[in-house]
Design a protein around this ligand. Sequence first.
Ligand SMILES: [Zn+2]
Length: 338
Amino acid sequence: MIKSVKIRLKPNGKAIKKIFNNTIKREEYEWLYEVSSQAISEAFNDLQRAFDNFLNGKSKYPRFKTKKRSKQSFYVRYDRMNIKNNTVNIEKIGRVKFTTNYYIPILKSYVNPRCHFDGKYWYLTFGYEQDENQVELNQDLSIGIDLGVTNLAVVSHMDNPIKNINKSPKVEKLEKKLKRLQRKCSRKYEMNKNGKKFIKTKNIIKLERKIKLIHRQLANIRNNHIHQATNSIVKLRPYRIVMEDLNISGMMKNKHLSKAIREQKLHEFLRQIEYKSKFNGIEFVKADRFFPSSKMCSSCGNIKKDLKLSDRIYTCNCGLKIDRDKNASINLSNYKLA
Ligand SMILES: [Zn+2]
């Protein structure tokens, strides 16, 4: 008897690289040979990682990238990279001057160096090994953080909530400007249409560059805000930080919430709190998803089952009257591990 078997083959970066090397013609892809062979090789490792993440359910199916449209970035050979007098050596490119606000120790090698372009400047990023920060933590201070849409975060031991940067006049103004330019751009595409074909005129190229720069500016403002927010929390030196285990991917399915979450970069906030905690020896705890952080009274522990989303103030029979998110953050700060 023959028993049939079916196995799913995993994409293999090395095998794909082999096929790639055997099929592409040098005459056609001259530009591929202008760069370091390691940069190309690393692209296949990235592909392998992307497939692994997809198969482990960590991310979506890898998207096709092109030289023209995708973010411009490449891997730099770490063993050829060295830093001297504000210049860095990059294989096949040579010595490049740089500026930075970071302290850079001179080491034999760095981890995973990569170059990328953000629409205005080129950046080189890399990591290096460092000991954990030796700071004295306040052993009585446990902090709870409630993430939200109205405010970015309400912190149990901070007087004021951390604001949602997207509601600041600066960001709102930029968003408006962006929308205006995007409309103008699509009008121009429509105007210069040749039959069914869109044509990129010089003016469109100019406009698209402007749009890109505003996107860049917005991203910088948002990132900077999150870094400052997470820094200000870690600086309180708590021995632990508790956050809700946000079901962000579930929330992303809600159309209204997804835009707010994307713009607030809640994922990024979580990531930063997690790694900054680790770096400072602070215990980071994700509370159980079913922990009733909003419904529980932070004073007497009573649970209010009929709490509505519109109830911004939490009132309890014990006399407590408190901002809903503040209440949640205090409950998180008192969270007990099961
Ligand atoms: Zn109460």
